[in-house]
Design a protein around this ligand. Structure first.
Ligand code: ZN
Length: 475
């Protein structure tokens, strides 16, 4: 209380002084700033200390800015890799802008999370940075907002991946190998239900919360010890647990873990024919996609394309050809943003915008959806007016950029009946792999069908809107 009054007094004297417009004004202001900045710096140092031990790479850059009503106490790394550093600065700017927007009075009725009046708030940003043997850097940002009227500040985690030797950013979706989410699901369920103090407090519906396709395993860091996952406050445990992290050793993420076999329900009318669905994301691309379509046409095979709205607009002829060959053309959002990080209004706008482009190009709106990064939490799920298709075999084609490596993944994946294979329709190497893959699969007796056809034929199910079809479904 007392502090507030002193603060108000200082502020008033500055306002009064400023009427004179003389040098005393600036000296009064800078005195206040200095005091406030020192206070914020102390707080920042305490906050950053939480993460210091886990900053394996990069020099920490500290920023402390006091700007009424919004202040910034930020720490982020500089790695010495130009493109990576530029991207990191871009991320920090994005976080800052989002914070500014959140605490700036809304001018319309849409801003449900925005404040109705000016709030004083401080953004604290700290980070952990992990480095693995193969120059992979995982950057974990912890973001806390402190406001005058909030007692417990909320913390948000965002994770970014970089290949330092290539000086590029990587996307999490592409780093997840076959059974990644499935193995993480099995391990985490076992760990949290058998380890104190977690086993006594875990929420009763943990099986659903930790299901492979529940969207909790796409946020991770690679460390020298294993894959590090973070669970938000209230994700699995009461709030007093705060953020919970769990490192799963690589061998447990890679080898198949015994899973208690739950007896499958009696099969409805399903096809005994061997079927597999090829899927291609992130296109269309006039060169690679057309080469893929050449192969599909030659062998009279079908696939599913999850196209980006802005590319559909740019290359309408390629998309029309996909549809003309009987392929399923689904939406992969307008421009590959992470839906888990968007507001309901932003998601609705993205879906609408993309649907309008499909309507213009194909004469109908998309009827199936694959979320960018496979990111689709419980809230997002409800907002998608289409069936949501993930995959069950990841070829890692984006990573190897090598047709033979893609074929090797396929050949080592065992029985592919009922599986959905993830590829990206934008690489020459993937087109090359397709030319070999399609006749290979047909020779093995597989029929190449769309994802919707596969669900209908193999599960006797009509795909439902807002339902996720993922690893556990296409097993
Ligand atoms: Zn994608």
């Amino acid at each position: 209380m007392k502090k507030k009054r002193i603060f108000a007094f200082l502020l008033m004297s500055i306002l009064l002084l400023s009427c004179c417009g003389c040098s005393a004004t600036s000296s009064g202001l800078s005195m206040l700033n200095r005091k406030k900045i020192t206070e914020l710096t102390h707080k920042g140092e305490t906050y950053w200390a939480n993460y210091q031990e886990k900053q394996e790479i990069g020099e920490a850059t500290n920023v402390v800015e006091y700007q009424k009503p919004l202040s910034y106490v930020l720490q982020y790394p500089k790695t010495g890799h130009a493109a990576v550093d530029a991207r990191i600065e871009g991320i920090v700017t994005e976080i800052r802008n989002a914070f500014d927007q959140e605490y700036t009075p809304a001018d319309g009725p849409t801003g449900e999370t925005k404040r109705s009046q000016k709030t004083e708030a401080t953004l604290y940003l700290g980070y952990e940075a992990y480095l693995t043997d193969n120059d992979h850097m995982s950057l974990v940002f912890f973001e806390t907002h402190e406001t005058g009227n909030t007692v417990s500040p909320h913390t948000r985690i965002q994770i970014f991946h970089f290949d330092l030797s290539e000086d590029t950013e990587l996307i999490a979706e592409d780093l997840m190998w076959t059974d990644f989410a499935k193995n993480a699901s099995v391990y985490s369920q076992k760990y949290f239900t058998t380890t104190e103090p977690y086993n006594k407090s875990i929420f009763g519906n943990y099986k659903t919360l930790l299901a492979p396709d529940a969207g909790r395993f796409d946020r991770f860091a690679f460390t020298t010890e294993g894959v590090l996952f973070y669970f938000d406050r209230y994700d699995l445990f009461p709030g007093s647990f705060g953020i919970v992290s769990l490192t799963i050793p690589y061998e447990d993420m890679q080898t198949k873990i015994e899973e208690p076999e739950e007896k499958a329900a009696a099969p409805t009318q399903t096809s005994s024919k061997k079927m597999v669905a090829l899927t291609y994301d992130d296109g269309p691309n006039p060169v690679a996609t057309n080469a893929i379509l050449d192969t599909l046409e030659k062998y009279n095979a079908k696939a599913t394309f999850f196209d980006l709205g802005y590319l559909v607009e740019k290359y309408p002829d390629v998309v029309k050809r996909e549809a003309a060959l009987g392929c399923e053309v689904g939406s992969h959002s307008y421009d590959h943003k992470n839906f888990n990080k968007m507001t309901s209004a932003e998601i609705a706008a993205d879906i609408q915008k993309t649907a309008a482009i499909f309507q213009k190009v194909l004469g109908k709106e998309p009827t199936v959806f694959r979320p960018p990064y496979g990111a689709c939490d419980e809230n997002v799920k409800k907002l998608i007016p289409m069936p949501i298709y993930l995959w069950s075999v990841d070829t890692l084609d984006w990573k190897s950029r090598d047709a033979k490596a893609v074929m090797d993944v396929i050949k080592s994946s065992g029985d592919l009946d009922g599986k959905v294979i993830l590829m990206h329709g934008i690489y020459g190497s993937t087109a090359e792999a397709t030319a070999e893959l399609v006749p290979y699969l047909q020779k093995q007796g597989y029929e190449l069908v769309t994802v919707s056809e596969l669900i209908q034929a193999k599960h006797g199910e009509t795909p439902q809107n807002s339902k996720i079809y993922g690893y556990s479904y296409f097993r």
